[in-house]
Design a protein around this ligand. Structure first.
Ligand code: PMT
Length: 240
């Protein structure tokens, strides 16, 4: 049985989307509900893991028996992940992290004025200057050739699992992300279907393995997708 196969393990799951402030009342966000990440956290708890759930703003209640740390922005999510990563066995990034944020959020609510009054064109256009957010997963990739200092404690290997939400070229993009972020597994959602991806209770995923293997799973409840993912993570832990 699966019960207890994560006993004694520390796992970190990120869930939901990030909110990147434009001004005190507005933000850039995405459609992630947190359901996929919360399902992964609940499944890990039920298998005996100590779970830290780092959650963006979502409508879901904190699950019983799970330590929840709430964050808003990508930078806050990165800080929360990095400050808890040292003694973790597994990190699963199911959060939809914003790739860009407004360069300088306005201190006061941005007012509606005519384009002319702002010195812009008469078309009432308004532009927002965005800068790139850190890539939380990619920045955790191991340096390819580690220079080993004999006095250093050998660092525990962290199993890293990423997600990909693609609207085109799923297979090529997923393979690229798996390699670029040096992941152990990558779970690609089919976001072209109405019963899969953001905010649905079900998901249809492809699981990409580092050795090139790909598994095409049927549409399942997100709780069953979560169980399938943990079934594939557990064997990595056996070798540690
Ligand atoms: O929350 P739900 O409504 O249940 O929906 C679930 C989901 C569709 C959001 C989820 O299953 C999912 O696919 N999450 C990843 C969404 C995504 O767009 O990923 P990405 O392709 O932008 O990023 C690839 C991977 O890198 C992800 O693991 C992501 O968490 C990570 N990433 C991305 C950007 C960034 N700046 N830092 C990161 O670590």
């Amino acid at each position: 049985g699966r019960s207890g196969d994560l006993a004694g393990r520390r796992v970190i799951i990120t869930a939901g989307g990030t909110h990147e402030p434009i001004d005190p009342v507005r933000y850039i966000g995405n459609r992630s509900s947190g359901k996929m990440g919360y399902s992964l956290a609940i499944e890990a708890r039920d298998r005996g893991a100590h779970v830290l759930l780092i959650s963006g703003p979502v409508a879901l209640p904190a699950p019983y028996g799970i330590e929840v740390q709430r964050v808003e922005t990508a930078v806050q999510m990165r800080d929360a992940v990095y400050s808890s990563i040292t003694d973790a066995d597994v990190l699963i990034m199911s959060a939809a992290v914003a790739d860009f944020r407004p360069a300088e959020p306005a201190a006061q609510k941005i007012k509606k004025v005519s384009g002319q009054a702002r010195g812009q064109s008469e078309t009432d256009a308004f532009s927002l200057h965005l800068v790139q957010n850190p890539d939380i997963l990619k920045d955790l990739a191991e340096p390819l050739q580690e220079s080993h200092n004999r006095n250093e404690q050998p660092r525990r290997r962290l199993i890293r699992v990423g997600f990909a939400a693609e609207t085109e070229d799923i297979i090529a993009n997923a393979r690229h992300k798996l390699a670029a972020k040096q992941l152990d597994l990558l779970v690609a959602n089919d976001v072209t279907r109405s019963d899969s991806g953001f905010a649905t209770d079900t998901n249809k995923v492809l699981i990409f393995h580092a050795d090139g293997a790909v598994e095409d799973l049927p549409v399942m409840a997100k709780s069953d997708v979560a169980a399938a993912i943990w079934d594939r993570v557990v064997p990595f832990l056996g070798t540690m």
